[in-house]
Design a protein around this ligand. Structure first.
Ligand code: ZN
Length: 275
């Protein structure tokens, strides 16, 4: 595990061998473990500090407990998809075979030529949550990160359930880091954008979410327990490839960059399967 700042990264296990070695255990440790980590960072010896440029970042959460995604959660995206504003959040699942980190490739499967990008603002649960009131919901968030809900539209739409088109390997890039919630006092006013090869294709703000982070946690925990390490991706704004004229599918050689204010840029190259 590591915490970063000022271009340097502290190797938490070198700074304090008692700290957990993986993110799920770190999050399960709650406030006590976070306080221990902050102390370890503040007092880290030079031998525990490495340059950001000297490491390859992995996905912040390589094996999330759940990956829950929300569909049609921006007014602009519901409109471009010709869907009414929903009364309830549309919830679907991805699985942790999809997860890749910053810089890792999105692999285009040979069976589909309709692979799309979806820039999303995601949050990670930090405390066990059940029947949480919307007003209290942010207390249960460990942090936030960019998440690309990569989707094969032909597989997504060939049945009423979207799961298959959402769960190809590498269809869940996330990162570059999990930014702890104390650094993001208002999650509902963050610019979010996505470019391919430098061309801006999505540009919005989390103020355009139909269901807020608070409302999503209240809704989800009315029927299920959320646990530390569960990831919820809040949906994508307008500008996805399938809604463009002409449609814009991911191609081998593309570089997709997803930026959220305060959370950094998640960049992933696109390659063909077998390349
Ligand atoms: Zn999505």
């Amino acid at each position: 595990g590591a915490l970063s700042g000022n271009g340097a990264i502290v190797d938490l296990n070198r700074a304090n061998p008692q700290l957990p070695t993986d993110m799920l255990a770190f999050l399960a440790g709650g406030a006590d473990t976070k306080a221990l980590a902050e102390k370890a960072v503040a007092s880290a010896l030079p031998s525990a500090v490495v340059a950001r440029s000297a490491v390859t970042l992995q996905a912040p959460l390589p094996r999330p407990g759940k990956i829950l995604c929300i569909g049609l959660n921006y007014r602009d995206h519901a409109a471009e998809s010709n869907q009414p504003i929903p009364d309830h959040p549309t919830v679907f699942a991805k699985y942790n075979n999809t997860v890749v980190g910053p810089g890792a490739a999105i692999v285009l499967p040979t069976v589909t030529e309709k692979v799309d990008y979806e820039a999303e603002f995601a949050f990670v649960i930090g405390r066990t949550a059940r029947n949480v009131a919307a007003a209290d919901a942010l207390d249960y968030v460990a942090g936030y990160l960019p998440f690309n809900d990569v989707s094969a539209r032909d597989y997504q739409m060939r049945t009423s359930q979207w799961t298959v088109g959402k769960t190809f390997d590498t269809f869940g890039p996330m990162g570059p880091a999990l930014v702890t919630s104390d650094e993001i006092p208002n999650p509902h006013d963050l610019d979010i954008s996505l470019t391919i090869n430098g061309e801006v294709l999505q540009s919005s703000n989390t103020s355009n979410l139909i269901f807020s982070v608070n409302e999503l946690i209240a809704d989800l925990t009315s029927f299920m327990t959320l646990e530390p390490g569960d990831l919820i991706s809040t949906g994508t704004p307008s500008g996805v490839g399938s809604a463009r004229k002409p449609q814009r599918w991911l191609r081998a050689g593309d570089v997709v960059a997803l930026t959220i204010e305060g959370l950094g840029t998640l960049e992933n190259p696109v390659i063909a399967q077998g390349a």
